[in-house]
Design a protein around this ligand. Structure first.
Ligand SMILES: NC(=O)c1ccc[n+]([C@@H]2O[C@H](COP(=O)([O-])OP(=O)(O)OC[C@H]3O[C@@H](n4cnc5c(N)ncnc54)[C@H](O)[C@@H]3O)[C@@H](O)[C@H]2O)c1
Length: 267
């Protein structure tokens, strides 16, 4: 591993207490980035940041709700206070809760949209303002928004999630246009089926709403029937693409959503 690849990167990573966010925070720190591990889960962010420091990396933590404007601004201010500036954002925090349409209550819609669409808009806006205020540098600022296969396809049991993830695609495209003159690239990636705490819960929820008969069946069924590579993925599977988007290797690229799905969606 190139421990200098992300040297000088000062990153805010939301949803970093577990799952892909935590894996990426550790991986970026191993490649030289200074990372702020941010999440709703206070114990989780403390633990992940401590693990990074114990391994010799540079990390701080921040407890935040991505749907709060005050929290988004405070998280960005925390990164600036700790690391002198912010030049990288991984807008990763997300939630899912399946329901069968049309039996989807408004509460479900509001919850999914507020975290996955508004939350990403909110944190990207706060980070963008700070990047613009810092002025152009001799490197590109980077914003990475986490989409999904659901940014490009829809399922009958997660319609609000797919709506929110399609909104992430619009956020990437619009953000790229809005920020390019300020030296900021806006890109993203779309995981497929990733074995994280989110999918462990989703698997149980899908049994509860009658979509699958027993736990474990959903992931195996998707792997067998919808994924060309015939296996679901793990957080490690997104690390290479996330690091590429965080590094100068992706400098001449903006407005793109890269799929990391083992062959599910052909863009
Ligand atoms: N797991 C998958 O199969 C999969 C597939 C495609 C896309 N994704 C996306 O990848 C991202 C990470 O997913 P994961 O599987 O690692 O999920 P995860 O559930 O393991 O982790 C998500 C983290 O986000 C945090 N979070 C939730 N709401 C928050 C809020 N309001 N404010 C701050 N933090 C909040 C949670 O506390 C949690 O630590 C999400 O955007 C998700 O939609 C996941």
């Amino acid at each position: 591993m190139d421990t200098e690849r992300l040297a000088g990167r000062k990153a805010l990573i939301t949803g970093a207490a577990q799952g892909m966010g935590a894996a990426i925070a550790k991986n970026w720190a191993e490649q030289g980035a200074a990372v702020c591990v941010a999440d709703l889960n206070e114990d989780g962010v403390k633990q992940v940041a401590q693990e990074i420091r114990d391994a010799g990396g540079q990390a701080t933590h921040f407890t935040m709700d991505v749907t709060s404007e005050a929290d988004a601004e405070a998280a960005v201010a925390h990164v600036v206070k700790e690391f002198s500036e912010i030049n990288l954002l991984l807008n990763n925090a997300g939630v899912n809760k399946p329901t069968m349409f049309p039996d989807t209550p408004k509460e479900n819609y509001d919850f999914i949209m507020s975290v996955n669409a508004w939350g990403k808009f909110n944190v990207m806006r706060a980070a963008s303002k700070q990047m613009i205020a810092q002025g152009k540098r001799d490197y590109m600022y980077k914003i990475i928004n986490v989409g999904s296969i659901a940014s490009r396809m829809a399922f009958d049991d997660i319609i609000p999630y797919a709506m929110a993830k399609h909104a992430v695609l619009a956020l990437i495209r619009g953000g790229a246009k809005a920020l390019v003159d300020h030296g900021v690239t806006v890109n993203g990636y779309g995981p497929g089926v990733v074995r994280t705490e989110m999918w462990e819960q989703l698997d149980k929820d899908l049994v509860e709403i009658g979509k699958f008969e027993k736990p474990g069946q959903s992931m195996d069924s998707l792997a067998a029937n919808m994924i060309e590579m015939k296996r679901y993925s793990y957080p490690e599977d997104v690390l290479g693409t996330a690091a590429f988007l965080a590094s100068s290797d992706s400098d001449y690229m903006t407005g793109q959503l890269l799929m990391i799905d083992g062959g599910m969606v052909y863009q």
